[in-house]
Ligand binder design. Sequence first.
Ligand SMILES: Cc1cc2nc3c(=O)[nH]c(=O)nc-3n(C[C@H](O)[C@H](O)[C@H](O)COP(=O)(O)OP(=O)(O)OC[C@H]3O[C@@H](n4cnc5c(N)ncnc54)[C@H](O)[C@@H]3O)c2cc1C
Length: 456
Amino acid sequence: MTKQNKADNSTQSFINTVTESNATIDKGYYLRPQIKIPDHVTIIGGGIASACAAYALTKQGVNITLYCKDNEVAQGGSSNAIAALFPLLHQQKDEISDFYQQAFWRAKALYNEIEEQGYSFPHQWCGLLEVSYKESLIKRQIAFEKLKAWPDALIQSINADQASVFANINLPYGGLFMPNAGWVSPQDLVKQLFNAASATKRLTIITNTHISKIRQVKNTTITSNELSPISWCLSTNQGELNANVLVICAGADAIEIEQLKALPLTATRGQVTSMKSTNSISKLSTVICHKGYLTPENNGIHCVGATFQKNDTNLTTNSKDDQYNLTTLAKCLPELSADINWQEQDIVTSKARLRGMSQDHLPLVGAVPNINEHIKTYPHLAKDKNWKYSEAAPCVENLYVLLGLGARGLCSAPLAADILTADLCNLPYPVDHKMLFNLSPNRFIVRDIIKRKINV
Ligand SMILES: Cc1cc2nc3c(=O)[nH]c(=O)nc-3n(C[C@H](O)[C@H](O)[C@H](O)COP(=O)(O)OP(=O)(O)OC[C@H]3O[C@@H](n4cnc5c(N)ncnc54)[C@H](O)[C@@H]3O)c2cc1C
């Protein structure tokens, strides 16, 4: 395997660093299944994950049918009025930050690409400031300064005066500023990505179709030149539907699907509050992140968010959570909050949705692992994690996921969709083997065998 050169941090534009797919390696579980390029793919979705996947796959000539349970697309996690687009970066380079910095540039490139094609959506690349409002964050900022792991185009340490200039309001704290980050309206972005994909005439979107179950079908009468004897039967409120290759981009709802229950995905509720703009905050010119976040004005509102409630799947909004969002702003930035002086009647609207979270803050993209076959195929990993295996990862045939986008779906979905497209269309991967494995849905079962969390 040629050693992969990671995306060049010194440049702002996305670089499609490519490896040979499935090169010879001694970690067989790194190997992704290769399938005959499908003519048609079925997607369950409607949010940013499926929009990026549909856009990337239709560009490769693949026909897509997408089923969405709602009466229109972008009604789930991707339906917020405003979302921040920024990478998750730690002070030191690590695997998580490495993924997010590459994903960030890829997301920017994709969103600019569709805008250049005439598919416009509200957004501003106005930068994002993580304010160092407490001692631990000041220490973190100092560590960023010392280590200088990232280029200034990605993140830079600034003082309170500089922060006040970038934000166009008085701030008592400095922080970490990401000059190329910003905000987008995810609902409009998702719709425009689907419009761009539909322009290829290869995308059919079918709404009001809730897939409650999927069942593998073994077709014994299939002819040799067809794709695969394995296909899928989808049980829906519209009757049974068929799919040859099925991709699940169902966000947090994916945890309901039986075949995915072994994947460590959870749902975390979030409520975000839209506040009426006032004279003292309308001039805000960058996204501010504290324990929560505050966005610049769009259509007369600012978004203040957001709650994080594990194991709560209630989509009804409540005033307690709006209060929490405003109180968090007041605790982290008391002077600014007092200056804005938002009252309950300034709440324009609030929204509660679910985030589909993975255990390790990275998305899951690729074929669904056959858990029992993994245990049978790689037993010696429990004794020696470096045991050399050439056997490729055993996966459920023709079943793929793009899930676990957590709280950064706007950043991670485009790169993850490129990886999915490389899986399905036999294209070179845009990331190296190590990163591919860190994103692969089988990483959890492999790690569990290595850590002897399961009996082999
Ligand atoms: C309060 C809050 C604030 C957030 N802020 C940010 C932010 O600032 N920046 C950021 O990057 N991210 C943010 N996120 C996270 C981001 O919204 C998600 O990562 C992203 O929307 C996930 O996209 P998705 O396509 O995976 O899922 P979703 O957008 O939830 O889409 C899932 C789709 O699948 C469909 N579906 C599900 N199950 C079925 C089924 N069985 N049959 C048919 N259709 C089905 C749904 O109808 C929906 O259309 C936030 C999330 C929340 C909740």
